[in-house]
Design a protein around this ligand. Structure first.
Ligand SMILES: Nc1nc2c(ncn2[C@@H]2O[C@H](COP(=O)(O)OP(=O)(O)OP(=O)(O)O)[C@@H](O)[C@H]2O)c(=O)[nH]1
Ligand SMILES: [Zn+2]
Length: 217
């Protein structure tokens, strides 16, 4: 069954903060990263040479590779494979409760939560796992929740060219739950509405009614 086709790529002149990031700063090698972690351990007041901490710098370097794997990914590429035989389905497609793993750019503390992604296709639908991959690729960078929300929405909108996109993110920020104001249950909710979701209040209401909110369910 030939259900696949490659869509035209998004406009080349898009302001593109979604592509892999080629920072001007040189990427430090493994030895420099491990030395930095030893410095942080000493700054915390412990001894980087003691038995239990000896392998920690290497572990942290590997863990950074996972938490920040999103920099090496072009999230748009996940949307290259589309199915064009959805028989004219144009109503809302909603993937809810996508797990979010991210890191706050102010404190480098964990952000964890749920993301709900909806779009209203116009001819082309995408494999739903790609919505999860899109969330994960943007999550695994240093983020602001507002920017994360907007990046997911604008990428879907520009690549799939649907009639509407909605992205809702509910998350807890470690920088608020474990330090600073120390409020363990506080959660931040952000929303991006594009296309007909922006125009039509009833569409927004229907969508919100279909999403079970709350991080502790
Ligand atoms: N808008 C927004 N703020 C965030 C996000 N993540 C963390 N913050 C906030 O970023 C702010 C940084 O404020 P600063 O005053 O520079 O940092 P701080 O002295 O550590 O502030 P406190 O967290 O209040 O102790 C804090 O208010 C955080 O709660 C986010 O994704 N979006
Ligand atoms: Zn923070």
């Amino acid at each position: 069954m030939d259900l696949l086709q490659t869509p035209t790529p998004p406009d080349a002149d898009n302001t593109d903060d979604t592509a892999p990031i080629d920072t001007a700063a040189p990427r430090p090698g493994r030895a420099a990263v491990e030395a930095a972690v030893r410095t942080l351990i000493a700054a915390a007041g412990d001894d980087p040479a003691r038995e239990g901490l000896r392998d920690t710098p290497a572990r942290v370097a590997r863990a950074y590779g996972e938490w920040f794997s999103g920099y090496a990914i072009d999230p748009k590429a996940y949307l290259n494979r589309v199915f064009d035989e959805a028989e004219g389905y144009e109503d809302t497609v909603l993937l809810r409760d996508i797990p979010l793993v991210s890191t706050c750019e102010h404190h480098m503390a964990p952000i964890t939560g749920r993301v709900h992604v909806a779009y209203r296709p116009r001819g082309r639908v995408v494999g739903i796992s790609k919505l999860s991959r899109l969330v994960d690729a943007f999550g695994r960078r240093l983020q602001l929740q507002e920017r994360l929300t907007q990046q997911i929405a604008t990428t879907l909108f520009s690549v799939l060219k649907p009639s509407g996109v909605a992205v809702i993110v509910e998350a807890r920020h470690g920088c608020m739950t474990t330090r600073g104001v120390n409020q363990p249950h506080v959660a931040m909710v952000t929303k991006a509405w594009l296309g007909d979701f922006r125009e039509d209040a009833e569409l927004r209401r229907d969508l919100l009614a279909a999403i079970p909110f709350g991080l502790d369910r």
